[in-house]
Design a protein around this ligand. Structure first.
Ligand code: CA
Length: 228
């Protein structure tokens, strides 16, 4: 999963980015409304953290512009504690959730996890497919209840495919959602990560859709969990 953080307070921006990276996401950052709007308009983020009080262009105007041009990316806004009008304007502009400053990083992480799983149609932060279970809250993966150690890139790849279970995901889509913009992107590395995941999770778990990409086929268990 790849996220964008738009926040002009450099300390806060750094703290949020560090917490998100620590939780296994690829993260891009912007420090003003113009830069933030441009990135959100051109890059395929899975969710965006958007401060309302921004230089050059305020958060509400940025969000309004994204929604007007059809960007449906889940957006969590950061508001000042005493500005209830920010929240109203933010929701009216198309925000999906908010946290008021100052906030606990754990709350921001929990709200983002909820946005991400709702966007992919999952009701719980645990996704199970066959013997594999991914716990997005703990960042843990088990196969038949046995913990499996994954690198951060392997985890991101698996998490993205499991959040989109039953759908073919192309290699270029994976590259766009797994790496931040500063990363030297090479779609051949995706194949390497898939190979490693197959060794760790079972050869059939991630299937190749020839010429199209990769898919984790859903099963009855996963569908029941998602519907619950
Ligand atoms: Ca600000």
């Amino acid at each position: 999963m790849r996220l964008l953080v738009v926040e002009d307070d450099r300390d806060l921006n750094r703290q949020v980015v560090a917490a998100l990276e620590g939780a296994g996401y690829a993260v891009d950052r912007a420090y003003d409304g113009e830069e933030g709007w441009f990135l959100g308009d051109t890059e395929p983020y899975d969710a965006i953290v958007l401060d309302i009080g921004l230089p050059k262009r305020d958060g509400v105007s940025v969000l309004t512009a994204w929604r007007k041009s059809g960007r449906a990316t889940p957006v969590l806004i950061l508001t000042a504690r005493d500005r209830w009008s920010d929240k109203v304007e933010g929701f009216d502009a198309g925000a999906d959730d908010y946290v008021a400053k100052p906030f606990h990083m754990e709350e921001l992480l929990a709200r983002l996890r909820a946005l991400l799983r709702r966007a992919s149609g999952h009701a719980s932060s645990e996704i199970s497919v066959g013997p594999v279970r991914l716990d997005a809250r703990a960042g843990r993966v088990t196969v038949n209840e046995v913990a499996v150690k994954l690198t951060s890139h392997e985890y991101r790849l698996l998490s993205y495919l499991m959040h989109h279970v039953g759908r073919i995901v192309s290699r270029s889509e994976l590259v766009e959602h797994l790496y931040d913009q500063d990363f030297d992107r090479d779609s051949n590395t995706i194949e390497v990560f898939v190979g490693r995941l197959r060794r760790k999770l079972g050869v059939d778990f991630i299937q190749t859709a020839r010429g199209l990409g990769y898919i984790i086929e859903g099963d009855a268990d996963a569908r029941a969990k998602a519907a619950r």
